[in-house]
Design a binder for this molecule. Structure first.
Ligand code: GLC
Length: 733
């Protein structure tokens, strides 16, 4: 375990030597509070009954009012629980006290939670924050989340989610860093540093959990949990890379993905868990299953029963069982009948105890009273950071005639139900925030502009209010229309077969357009949307994602010009859904799409994305010149000049790409290799240099052999994956 002292390693071994087989298996068991009492069917069945209408929501609520939660106190006392998903600090201490003071060996519990983009101070969803291309910011927000959650006793984040994703029909694109493995890898490293590296006090760091290992973002048809099949060179050169980067950065835990990869579910995939992760990458921490995933191996059809699933999982390298109790109910028998060796058990438990030791849980298992109250009122530095992250995540997609920014005395009709909703600014997977800390777009706009009138008019669901539209028509110089998706329309189990604006929002925008007033479309969404119609007709489009607690201030400050938008796209936006999956780093094919018929094109849609990876506008303009590429020893010295040609200061994201023009496997037409944020005053020119190590210019083949092949390369530099300068260079390694 990276970072354990020899003394700590010895403590782990001593503890292991005292443990009974039951206690060892207990450490491998993660529980969630179970809902019990008040009904005579399993809780999951009760949920199904409400979902399919067999009982109403009111009946469900009535039943639940008689239910209680089982926190597995008895099992904790017996040493049969290693981890729990609980976030209330009082309850954490209660349960920890049982483990530490009443169980035989007093091994502390590790409390885990989905802290994906903030705990109390919720910042933008990952797909948005990755688009800042600001790794310093990504690290700072993670450190803030670590401090806030540790003060509530949560020492383990089921984050960062690192799934490369190219198909926006998949709802979980919202949770990860987009389509590119280089940006994903830099995001991963920054998050690990932010979550794990501040050891100035145990309450300043947590254990990260890389998820979902691996390839989950390539689920067929963008349908969540669906099967994943891919050539291994695609896997090694794209989907595995962010995980490799995060392991190299010292990640402490990994969560296996629900999906199968080429026929073997990740949960029982020895090749992935042992050969690649633990052996080849040397990952020292522990692997946890996703929720219920071991049980689902029976449903996958890879295991006959729970015993079979448990034996396959633990032998494949799965150290901890999330939520099924299959390990605690079956592994003792499996060891006794020889299907699981004690060495396998000991290895898993050693990894788990080592992470607990690394977290300081043996010395500091409890949350102090002071810590519990520390973030009741968010410190200004936290709300400021949440706002900074929100502002930098906003992407200006279209700004016809320079309509934006708006003067502060502009008379604005603010339209859309989403504009006055606290819940919907937060984004998927946020669960520890407080309403009082949220700033809606309506509140932000009213505090920034002098004349704002609000007309709900409609939203992602339900009807359009014609009266509201007429009132909006009669008010103001411009209409700011806030449209998009509900938080529930992205994230887990939220795949959409049609990723245009849901509900009657397009109709609503059309009616607003008919007023003849300029319409500024502000999008609140968790995935790339198919915006062909909007791009054709709406003069201004601002991608504002789900930005967290400071969304309202961030949007208003960008619309007013107090902030010059600098966000870029971490994922390509399609023109129409039918293009999915669509991404910039694609192979060229032998007949790249063009106007000619016999090429890789659609009869009824453009081939290219509507807005490409790395794209985003500013209130100023940046021009590129003088790209030079020189060999300097074991690297290429790349230099480009960037000029702020407008009349406003700004921050540009300078992107560097390469293409291996001819290789033993077809390579992408472009691959991001690096990027740099650069501040430029109006009229200023700067030379930006990037050193590309030759060793990083290679690729893996299907057998995971790394190739650096002589030949012609193209080096690109620009402000998006589509608009770049290019220089060719011939290399021999
Ligand atoms: C969910 C998700 C995973 C999450 C886990 C615990 O099903 O797939 O991302 O961390 O369960 O909530």
């Amino acid at each position: 375990m990276k970072g354990l002292t020899e003394e700590q390693k010895k403590k782990v071994e001593d503890l292991l030597s005292q443990m009974t087989l039951e206690e060892k298996i207990g450490q491998m068991n993660q529980e969630s509070p179970s809902i019990v009492g008040g009904f005579d069917v399993p809780f999951e069945e009760l949920i199904e009954m409400m979902t399919d209408g067999r009982i109403s929501k009111e009946e469900f609520g009535q039943i639940m009012s008689n239910a209680t939660q089982d926190f597995h106190e008895e099992d904790i006392k017996k040493g049969l629980v290693g981890s729990l998903m609980v976030q209330d600090p009082v309850k954490v201490n209660e349960l920890q006290k049982i483990a530490v003071e009443e169980s035989r060996l007093g091994i502390p519990l590790i409390f885990g939670l989905d802290v994906i983009h903030g705990f109390r101070s919720v910042y933008p969803i990952a797909i948005a924050e990755a688009g800042t291309f600001d790794t310093d910011l990504m690290e700072r927000t993670a450190r803030m989340a670590a401090k806030e959650s540790r003060a509530a006793g949560v020492a383990w984040h089921f984050a960062p989610m690192l799934d490369v994703a190219r198909d926006a029909r998949w709802g979980r694109v919202s949770e990860g860093p987009g389509e590119d493995p280089c940006l994903g890898s830099q995001f991963a490293r920054a998050k690990i540093r932010g979550l794990q590296n501040d050891h100035s006090a145990t309450e300043n760091y947590v254990a990260a959990c890389l998820k979902h290992y691996v390839g989950y973002g390539a689920c067929e048809s963008g349908r969540d949990y669906n099967t994943v099949s891919m050539a291994m060179h695609v896997f090694y050169n794209n989907y595995l890379k962010p995980f490799q980067a995060a392991v190299d950065e010292g990640a402490q835990t990994v969560m296996a993905a629900f999906n199968d990869l080429n026929g073997v579910p990740c949960t029982v995939n020895r090749f992935l868990l042992r050969d690649i992760l633990k052996d080849s990458m040397g990952f020292p921490g522990f692997v946890v299953s996703d929720a219920n995933a071991i049980r689902e191996c029976v449903v996958h059809g890879i295991a006959e029963d729970h015993m079979d699933a448990g034996v396959q999982a633990v032998n494949a390298g799965m150290d901890m069982d999330m939520g099924t109790e299959i390990y605690v109910k079956n592994l003792k028998t499996a060891v006794e009948n020889g299907t699981v060796s004690m060495d396998v058990i000991d290895e898993a438990v050693r990894r788990i105890l080592s992470v607990k030791m690394w977290l300081g849980l043996f010395d500091h298992p409890y949350v102090t009273e002071e810590a519990m109250k520390r973030y009741e009122t968010l410190p200004k530095e936290h709300t400021d950071l949440a706002r900074e992250a929100a502002e930098k995540s906003i992407v200006l997609l279209k700004n016809e005639d320079g309509l934006l920014p708006l003067k502060k005395d502009t008379k604005i009709a603010l339209v859309g139900a989403l504009a006055d909703n606290r819940e919907e600014i937060i984004g998927a997977w946020a669960m520890s925030w407080q309403e009082k800390d949220c700033v809606t777009i309506l509140e932000g706009m009213k505090s920034t502009f002098e004349n704002v009138k609000y007309f709900p008019c409609g939203g992602p669901e339900g009807d359009i209010d014609m009266n509201d539209i007429l009132k909006a028509e009669d008010y103001g110089d411009v209409i700011v229309a806030v449209m998009g998706e509900l938080v529930s329309m992205s994230g887990e189990a939220s795949s959409r077969s049609n990723i245009t604006l849901p509900g009657r929002q397009k109709e609503l925008i059309e009616m607003l357009m008919h007023t003849g007033k300029p319409v500024i479309l502000v999008l609140m969404n968790g995935r790339p949307l198919a915006l062909e119609w909007e791009n054709n007709y709406v003069p201004v489009i601002v991608e504002a994602w789900h930005l967290g607690i400071q969304m309202g201030n961030a949007v208003a400050r960008v619309l007013s010009g107090d902030v010059n938008p600098e966000g870029r796209l971490s994922s390509s936006f399609p023109a129409v859904t039918g293009q999915c999956p669509v991404y910039y780093n694609h192979p060229n094919t032998g007949r790249p799409a063009s106007r000619s018929k016999f090429t890789s094109r659609y009869l009824d849609a453009p081939f290219d994305s509507l807005y490409p990876f790395g794209y985003g506008l500013s209130y100023t303009t940046y021009t590129y010149s003088d790209l030079t590429v020189k060999e300097e020893g074991d690297a290429l010295d790349i230099s480009v000049k960037v000029t702020n040609a407008g009349d406003r200061d700004g921050r540009e994201t300078v992107q560097f790409y390469m293409q291996d023009v001819a290789a033993s496997l077809v390579r992408p037409v472009k691959e991001l290799k690096g990027f740099e944020k650069v501040s430029l005053a109006a009229g200023e020119t700067k030379e930006i240099r990037f050193s590309l190590k030759k060793a990083d210019m290679g690729f893996y083949d299907n057998e995971r052999n790394y190739h650096l092949e002589d030949g012609l390369f193209r080096i690109y530099a620009g402000g998006s994956s589509r608009d770049c300068l290019m220089q060719e260079i011939r290399l021999s390694f």
